[in-house]
Design a protein around this ligand. Sequence first.
Ligand SMILES: O=C(O)CCC(=O)C(=O)O
Ligand SMILES: [Fe+2]
Length: 324
Amino acid sequence: MMSATVVGNLSVSRVSADIFQNAPSPYLEPAKARQFAVNHGCAWFDSNLIDALAKMRAGHGPAALHITGSPIQPAAGPTPGTLDPLPTIPAPDDQYSGEACLLGLAYHLGIPYGYSREHKGAAIQQVVAMPGRQGVQSSEGSDTALGFHTESSFAETRPDFLLLACRREGPVQIPTLVLDVHELLDRISSWAASALMRPIFSVRSPASFGEPSFLSTDTHVIDVKAGEAGLRLDLEGLLESKDETGKAALTELFASIASAGTPVLLSEGDILIIDNRRAAHARPAFKAIFDGQQRWLQRCLVRAEFWTCRSAMKAEGVKILAPG
Ligand SMILES: O=C(O)CCC(=O)C(=O)O
Ligand SMILES: [Fe+2]
């Protein structure tokens, strides 16, 4: 029997929607936003959510969690960047409740951060289709499907968790697909699985990091320790192998996951937490209309610690939202 990827569902007990009315902007006042999130970001957590987060940190249970009932306010302004050819950040009159919810979760799971070469290092990133970028395989694209990837797989500093908050569904709900390592292993031959466990692969940074790209070599796609499998997957063309066995295993892998995964439909105010150590995510192609009402997610990358990757932090341009 094929094991489908399980996505946990958690509905939090509603708290007053105005708890984040005075949340500072992490784009304009990062230090204040950090302090606010540390002090108040967990104000909407109930014990079920705290238990679910503890389980996720331990790497137990489903590799993704769909949270409903967060105190995220309906977006005040248009979807950012849509009426303007350049990406923009939410307007200064926004309530920043999405940012406060994400940062509250992030500080509970670890440390939120960005990359200086992606979204200008902002700790909260806008996932919005951009005009002129429809064909690009990144969060800015739309006409082209964004294939399964674990986030920033090229990086030694890659995130442990990826948080996505839905600020606007857009005219038609577009799913985020989640594929955990168990479903992936069920879909491939044992021959391919053992090849993917060997350090014969390389991963290049995606278009969103610009040029010149980063390259990691001698990587595994599947990494098993004490019977627990981890995943480091990226798009065809970014994840490669010079080894003939590695090439054949990747061909089988990409063919087997083409229609895999569990779709998650996020409604306005919902949050999805993905364990980036154990699961990949993807987004199908869709037709974007750049009218200010299009699909808008906010994203936060989280790492539990930066000690084990300290030698790569500077070169990879890690920008931590931490006390100065
Ligand atoms: O648009 C989505 O559902 C996911 C986009 C994505 O892969 C990302 O923002 O990292
Ligand atoms: Fe992604």
